[in-house]
Design a protein. Structure first.
Ligand code: GTP
Ligand code: MG
Length: 330
């Protein structure tokens, strides 16, 4: 398994963090570009599929709407979302609101944007530090990488970051996190022979006493059926909130976008044990199944807060529904 790629010295997480307007514009352009290329496979599947059906131009009819419906199913949007969108499309067609094939994609885009706009996708961090973020998920979904990317993001904002290596289960997990800590010039608390909750306890103590801005807690991958491992997560949550009553301020589940609808089921199961406040959809760059974001809105109403679009520190985009939908339907 690839853990990381060595980066050039001048390419450090702090590079380009001057904070002036030009830098901000350049960064946001870079992110839009990154989002566009990261979503290319999903874009080609959704927009390519729809265009192939609608390419003839002219008037819309029932048969074309059925073909649109089929393409949306193929794009992993999930049955509930596809049915709802196509009902709306049929209604608009019958009511004379839309009549031509060229109006279909803009119509779908606006409906999807309106749905996703109801999600509050911003991280909820407290006024007084430390902000504590607990990261959970199944094995190999992208948790540690996402934590590295989040640390990079916070460091660029000038925040001090502490990482807690609470994956004491998988050999090498602490080392992997330590490399991210070095890259991002964050600090780390790790003790491979200790219980994960004990590491969380130590990390909380350090974060509070040394006034870190952000503490991010890495955890071992697990499946919901392992009851003892799920209660270990609850124990970490308890340890954290004992030290700081509002913490963890975010409990984020990282999903591998390649798992499609299965990822949604996993998140539902995790949310029965833990109060999840947000999701990260990792590895979107390697899959054409990004349509599951829309299914998530219907099936599990926990906001996607970030999407992973590569393996580099900057390959984590805030989930902005407008930009996401534009990039997919461009
Ligand atoms: N292409 C791509 N690869 C990613 C992304 N996020 C993570 N990965 C890769 O996915 C693999 C697993 O990532 P990890 O961060 O180790 O996953 P994890 O959930 O911490 O794994 P465990 O700790 O073993 O449960 C690594 O090879 C990462 O580089 C992403 O957004 N895009
Ligand atoms: Mg990990």
């Amino acid at each position: 398994m690839r853990i990381f790629r060595r980066r050039k010295k001048d390419d450090s997480p702090q590079a380009g963090s001057g904070g002036d307007a030009d830098t901000a514009v350049a960064e946001s352009k870079g992110l839009v570009e990154g989002l566009r290329s990261g979503l290319k496979k999903t874009h080609d599947k959704i927009t390519g599929g729809l265009k192939s059906v609608l390419k003839g131009g002219g008037n819309l009819d029932e048969e074309l709407i059925e073909q649109v419906e089929e393409q949306l199913y193929l794009a992993d949007m999930g049955p509930r979302t596809v049915l709802r969108l196509c009902d709306q499309l049929r209604e608009a067609y019958k009511g004379g609101e839309i009549a031509e094939t060229g109006e279909v994609i803009p119509f779908l885009k606006e409906r999807i944007k309106a749905d996703l706009a109801r999600w509050d996708t911003a991280l909820k961090l407290p006024e007084n530090p430390p902000a504590v973020i607990l990261v959970v998920g199944v094995n190999g979904s992208g948790k540690t990488t996402t934590i590295g990317k989040l640390a990079h993001r916070f460091r660029k904002e000038g925040k001090s970051v502490l990482l807690a290596a609470c994956d004491t289960f998988r050999a090498g997990a602490g080392e992997q996190l330590k490399i991210w800590a070095e890259w991002t010039r964050s600090e780390i608390v790790k003790n491979e022979s200790a219980d994960p909750a004990a590491v969380a306890f130590d990390a909380m103590g350090k974060a509070v006493s040394q006034e870190y801005d952000v503490l991010i807690v890495d955890t071992a991958g697990r499946v919901h059926t392992r009851k003892n491992l799920m209660s270990e997560l609850q124990k970490i949550q308890r340890v954290v909130s004992k030290k700081l009553p509002d913490a963890p301020h975010e409990t984020i589940m990282v999903l591998d976008a390649n798992t499609g609808q299965n990822g949604i089921s996993q998140a539902m199961k995790f949310s029965e044990c833990l109060e999840l406040t947000g999701l990260v959809l990792a590895k979107l760059d390697g899959t054409a199944r990004g349509g599951i974001v829309f299914g998530m809105r219907d099936q599990i109403d926990i906001p996607v807060k970030f999407v992973g679009i590569g393996q580099e520190p900057e390959d984590l985009a805030c989930f902005d529904p407008e930009k996401f939908v534009d990039a997919l339907f461009e």
